[in-house]
Design a protein around this ligand. Structure first.
Ligand SMILES: CC(C)(COP(=O)(O)OP(=O)(O)OC[C@H]1O[C@@H](n2cnc3c(N)ncnc32)[C@H](O)[C@@H]1OP(=O)(O)O)[C@@H](O)C(=O)NCCC(=O)NCCS
Length: 140
């Protein structure tokens, strides 16, 4: 029986990862997925995790540590493979890697409309922080 293999992203994964993100509706007009991958490969590339099942990329988590907090972006599990524990597994790996780096806390940003992701994160132990999330674009 196959099992989920979680490892760092490799160059040959690009098409599979971009397809996964499209299938999970994570590709938005203001973010180019290929540029986002290339940028991540320059910083803590080993923390860009993918999950492989039966040779197919079915999960991803773009993990980072800024020296104070850990961050997760592009958490995705292929819709055909959701609710099988793969999201929990890739997050456990992300948490292990961040813990090894001495990271004391992980922050995640979830769109308020993304009820499923909120339910997922709550079920794996994340709590609502009483903060307002703000952002400012630095690119033109
Ligand atoms: C969020 C996501 C990664 C969860 O992945 P997953 O592999 O389905 O999650 P798991 O199977 O590990 O779920 C673990 C637990 O989370 C909770 N959970 C997961 N999905 C849920 C949902 N849609 N509704 C309610 N609870 C959910 C459940 O408690 C689940 O345990 P159970 O299946 O035994 O009930 C996946 O739904 C996804 O890729 N969504 C689209 C992309 C996205 O929104 N990413 C997050 C951006 S912030």
């Amino acid at each position: 029986m196959s099992d989920l293999i979680i490892r760092s992203y490799e160059h040959a994964d690009q098409d599979g990862v971009v397809e996964l993100w499209h299938r999970c509706s994570l590709v938005v007009p203001w973010n180019d997925p290929v540029k986002d991958i290339e940028a991540k490969l320059k910083i803590q590339s080993e923390l860009f995790l993918v999950g492989i099942y039966d040779g197919k990329i079915v999960a991803s988590a773009m993990v980072g540590y800024d020296g104070h907090r850990g961050w997760i972006n592009y958490l995705a599990v292929d819709p055909d493979f959701q609710r099988k524990g793969f999201g929990r597994r890739i997050m456990e790996k992300a948490e292990d890697e961040l813990r090894k780096l001495g990271c004391p806390k992980i922050n995640v940003q979830i769109r308020t409309s993304n009820i499923d992701a909120s339910a997922f994160y709550q079920s794996i132990g994340y709590k609502h922080d009483d903060v307002i999330s703000m952002g400012k674009r630095l690119d033109p």
